[in-house]
Unconditional design. Structure first.
Length: 92
């Protein structure tokens, strides 16, 4: 996403999953799900000109009114192996 132009966004990876078949939703419901083997090789980035964000979007499609859309961001941080400490260097 280009921060200076919020109208233009680019989705370079999208996964969609139906959590409930079409039909009436008459009560509050909780869904259990997980990402599974989704590759998130790029970390979340929030810069001056661009940002890379990961989010989950829930869309409830209604025939009698406008659809309900909610988004929740989450952060991806790839942790690597910490570098070895070199204790052999001695200052004189």
């Amino acid at each position: 996403e280009n921060v200076s132009d919020r109208v233009v966004t680019y989705d370079f990876f999208t996964i969609s999953k139906d959590l409930e078949p079409p039909g009436p939703l008459l009560e509050s419901k909780q869904f259990k799900w997980k990402f599974g083997a989704v590759d998130k090789s790029c970390e979340t980035y929030w810069g001056v000109h661009v940002r890379l964000r990961y989010f989950v979007r829930l869309t409830v499609v209604r025939s009698y009114a406008s659809n309900v859309v909610k988004e929740r961001d989450f952060v991806v941080q790839n942790l690597g192996i910490p570098p070895e400490v070199n204790n052999s260097i001695k200052m004189e």
